[in-house]
Design a protein. Sequence first.
Length: 471
Amino acid sequence: MNVRPFVAERPAEYADVPAPVTRRRAPANLPPGPRPKVPGDLLVRFQRDTPAFLLDLRDRYGDASSFFLGGQLFFGLFAPAMVHEVTVAQQGSFIKGVGFERMRKVLGTGLLTNEEPIHLRHRRMMQPPFHKSRLDGYAEQMSVLARTSVESWRSGTTINIAPEMMRLTLLIVARTLFGTDADRHTEQIAESMEVAIDRIERTMLPGLDRLDGVPLPYWRKFREASDQLAEIAEDLIAERRQCGVDGDDLLGLLLAIRDEDGSAFTDEEVRDEALTLILSGHETTANALTWAFSWLGSRPDVYEALRAEALRQDWVTGSAPATVADVMGTEVAGQVIAESLRMAPPVWVAPRRALRDVDIAGVQIPAGAHVLISQYVTHRDPTYFPDPHRWEPSRWTPQLHSALPRGAYFPFGAGTRKCLGDQFALLESRIILLHAAAKHRLLPADSLHPIPRAEPRATYRAKGPVPMRVN
């Protein structure tokens, strides 16, 4: 493996990216939106709190709006029908947008960052490892690790739930991905991924890639972190090649799977998919759980219902193995996770770039324009979620699920871009929540500020370590 993700060229198989749409080239009939007179004012507002900026766009200008950042045309499209058009019905008219080129610096051409035609091949080959028949094995591993972690918490102490969830979910994904081989690397993986995510977030907008060459330690660490992650994955792959590729973990499956024509992943492709699984398998789940525990700390009624449900599970209270059917049959845990993903979706914005002129629900999008759809915004549509800023798990009834239109709720994306690991993440989240609820009650350490502030980055994080008291 000679080419690391940080310096890899954009694959030649990808579609050519159209030139950006500037003010001079912009069509006359744009949707309304902010047109500030002070240069740079909009960029400052956008960078300061992007989710709030996008929500304000929807509230002020409606489901479709337009604006310019860095001299380039952006559209905000927030109605469920528009989301469905962009992500499913006309997804072939778009490629991944701002930020994903930056992610490719760390994740290479894994499923999260890949474009067609490579993405379709990878998705087809990556489906077997996440087949439902394999999830039972993952469930029992998750349960054992979650039980051990929760039992280490001591009543009367304070734990920092954000790093605790990062540690636990990283351990789970490392074990299911690499087996015990990765245990010696988890600390370095966590540190390097933290640096990489921070630098990705700060250089997402067009033109900010020039910071890669700034000769300062802060920016040099971006490449160092990317290379360290790649090196760890490469070493684990080489070790597995030497001792045989067989194994029930995801790495063994990635090395063994074949496409319809008999072709296998190259070691570089295995590396990139492994790095993608590390990010998507621990960062996003940890963030969702941190928010869920924070809200639970302020809702004793929901906590008591969750605890009662946990104590009815033999795999929580006894020696029975955790199975997918039992875990995914838990109603209260499912509602808690669904509502937490609505309010604090780990992937909170999904940028796209138009490959060609396209009509989205009557809005004319010219080739080269940036399009922003946002889980954070659309999940707060009061038409479908009354009192949308309130965390209320009980809203998730079967009737709500059946009544929601396509595009109204999409925490894992949609279409062929929908996260393949969504069931893995939902399974992991319920297991951790239920083990914790059966053993402890977590309360906010600061009762005056029970819900942490948000720190939206490449994922929607809670700000700070989020200390909670263990009761």
